[in-house]
Write a protein that binds this ligand. Structure first.
Ligand code: GDP
Length: 444
C-alpha cells in the first residue's frame, strides 16, 4: 500500500535532511517535488495542487522551532496536510440508532461489493457486537443471491431467505420487516451492480433507498482503478446520497491515488478499506494512521509535536512573567495575534484577564479574523524595534510612516494603537490587583 508514494516522498525528505535552514525557494522546490510524487501516485491534479499549496504556505509561515531541523518541520507539515486530505478524523458508521440500522451497499460489478458486505457484517458482529442480517437485492445476476448466502454460512451471519422472482424494492421491504421482527441491530442490503453507472441502476438505488431509509449508503469502489474510482464515486454521489466509501483492493494498490483523492474530490469520507481476499481483510479507515503509513516517519512527527508544545509553553511562560510586571508592548500584542490565529480567540492567558472583555469586544466589533489579524501584524512589523518596545513613541509622523510601510491607512494604525492601549490598561490593572496570583485565587 502506498509504496511508490512512500519512496518518492522519502526521497524528497532525504534531500532536506541535515540542512541548517531552508529559504522560501527551497521550500517551494521541495513542495514541487511532493506534487510530482502525488501525481505519479495517480492523485487527481486539483488535489495534488491543493495539497502542495496548503503545505507550502504552512511551511513558509511556520514558526521556527528550536529543537528540530527545518527538514523535520516540513515532514510534520506534509504529514498534517496528508491527514487533512485523507479526511481528518476517522469517520464512524452511524449505526447506533433505533434498530435496525440499514446499511445500503452500492457499487459497480466486480468492485468487491458482495465480499465487502460480508466482511463488514462480520466486522460489526465481531467488533461491535451487532446482530446483523444480510439480504441480496441483486436479481440480475442469478448467482449473486447464492453468493451472499454462502458467505453468510461461512461467517455465521444470517441472510434473508431468497424468494425467486421478487423485485429489489420488495426484497428490501421484506428484509426490513424481518429485521424488525427478529430483533436485528443492523440490516445490510447488497444491491445489484452494473458494468457502468447507468440510469436504470440509479433508479433502482433510489427506489431501494426510499423503501428502506438507510442510515448508511456506502459505495464500494476498487482502489486499483485509481482516478476512475473517484469518478465513479462522483457519479454515484450525484444520484444517491452517499454517506461514505469502502475502498477495496488496497492490498494490491501501490500508488494510492484513489485513497488520496476521494475525500477532496467527492466530499465523501472513506470509512473502510478492503485489504485482501480473506473475509477478515477489512479495516476502518484512519487518516492519521494512513498518513503515518505513507510517510513512515512517526518518530519525526511526534518529535516536532513535542517541540511545538514546549515552544508554546516557553512563550506562555515569558508572557506571564511580563504580564506580572504589568508590561505589554507591541511585541506582546503581536504574540497574542499569533496565538489568536492558532486558537481562534484571545490567547489563553490574556483571555483570563479582567478588563480584557473590552478589548475582545472591540476586536469582535472590528470583525477581527485571520485576515484582519494578518493586517494588524503587518502594521506591527512596519514599526521599528524601538516603537514596538515603546509604543508611546508613535506620534503622528510615525503613524503615517507605519501605515505606508504596511500599505494601510493611518486610521488602521490608530485602531491598532487603541487596541493595544486597552490591553496595556488591563495589564496595569492586573498588576495593581496583585498579578496573576490574584487571578488564580479568584478563579479558585
Ligand atoms: P461484486 O461484483 O462487486 O459483488 O464483487 P465481489 O464481491 O464478488 O468481488 C470480486 C472479487 O474481488 C472477488 O474475487 C473478491 O475476493 C475480490 N476482492 C474483494 N475485495 C477485495 C480486497 O480488498 N482485496 C483483494 N485482493 N480482493 C478483493
Amino acid at each position: 500500500m502506498f509504496d511508490t508514494l512512500s519512496e518518492r516522498l522519502g526521497g524528497v525528505f532525504e534531500k532536506l535532511r541535515g540542512r541548517g535552514a531552508l529559504n522560501e525557494l527551497e521550500v517551494r522546490a521541495a513542495m514541487r517535488e511532493v506534487r510530482v510524487a502525488l501525481l505519479e501516485a495517480d492523485v487527481a491534479l486539483p488535489v495534488a495542487k491543493a495539497f502542495t499549496d496548503i503545505a507550502t504556505e504552512r511551511a513558509i509561515g511556520a514558526e521556527v522551532l528550536r529543537s528540530v531541523t527545518p527538514g523535520q518541520q516540513v515532514v510534520k507539515i506534509v504529514n498534517d496536510t496528508l491527514v487533512e486530505i485523507l479526511g481528518g478524523d476517522a469517520a464512524d458508521l452511524n449505526i447506533d440508532i433505533t434498530p435496525p440500522a440499514v446499511i445500503m451497499m452500492v457499487g459497480l460489478q466486480g468492485s468487491g461489493k458482495t465480499t465487502s458486505t460480508a466482511k463488514l457484517a462480520r466486522h460489526l458482529a465481531d467488533k461491535r457486537r451487532k446482530k446483523v442480517l444480510m439480504a441480496s437485492l441483486d436479481v440480475n445476476r442469478p448467482a449473486a443471491q447464492d453468493q451472499l448466502r454462502i458467505l453468510g454460512e461461512q461467517l455465521s451471519i444470517a441472510t434473508l431467505p431468497v424468494i425467486p422472482g421478487q423485485l429489489p424494492t420488495d426484497i428490501a421491504k421484506r428484509a426490513l420487516q424481518a429485521a424488525k421482527l427478529q430483533g436485528f441491530d443492523v440490516l445490510m442490503l447488497d444491491t445489484a451492480g452494473r458494468l457502468h453507472v447507468d440510469t436504470a441502476l440509479m433508479a433502482e438505488m433510489k427506489a431501494v433507498g426510499a423503501a428502506s431509509s438507510p442510515a448508511e449508503t456506502l459505495l464500494v469502489v476498487d482502489a486499483l482503478t485509481g482516478q476512475d474510482a473517484v469518478n465513479v464515486a462522483e457519479n454515484f454521489s450525484r444520484e444517491v446520497p452517499l454517506t461514505g466509501v469502502i475502498l477495496t483492493r488496497m492490498d494490491g494498490d501501490a500508488r494510492g491515488g484513489a485513497a488520496l483523492s476521494m475525500r477532496h474530490v467527492t466530499g465523501k469520507p472513506i470509512k473502510f478499506i478492503g485489504t485482501g481476499e480473506k473475509l477478515d481483510a477489512i479495516e476502518p479507515f484512519h487518516p492519521e494512521r494512513t498518513a503515518g503509513r505513507i510517510l513512515g516517519m512517526g518518530d519525526v512527527v511526534s518529535l516536532v509535536e513535542r517541540a511545538a508544545e514546549s515552544f508554546d509553553a516557553d512563550q506562555a511562560e515569558k508572557m506571564a512573567a511580563r504580564m506580572a510586571k504589568g508590561a505589554f508592548d507591541m511585541n506582546d500584542l503581536r504574540q497574542q495575534f499569533q496565538q489568536m490565529k492558532k486558537m481562534g480567540g484571545l490567547g489563553a492567558l490574556a483571555g483570563m484577564l479582567p478588563g480584557m472583555g473590552k478589548a475582545q469586544a472591540q476586536m469582535d466589533k472590528a470583525g477581527v479574523n485571520e485576515k484582519t489579524l494578518a493586517r494588524m501584524e503587518a502594521l506591527i512589523l512596519s514599526m521599528t524595534p524601538k516603537e514596538r518596545a515603546k509604543p508611546d513613541l508613535i506620534n503622528a509622523k510615525r503613524r503615517i510612516r507605519i501605515a505606508k510601510g504596511a500599505g494601510q491607512t493611518v486610521q488602521d494604525v490608530n485602531k491598532l494603537l487603541k487596541m493595544h492601549q486597552e490591553m496595556e490598561g488591563a495589564m496595569k490593572r492586573l498588576k495593581k490587583m496583585g498579578g496573576l496570583g490574584a487571578i488564580a485565587k479568584m478563579m479558585g
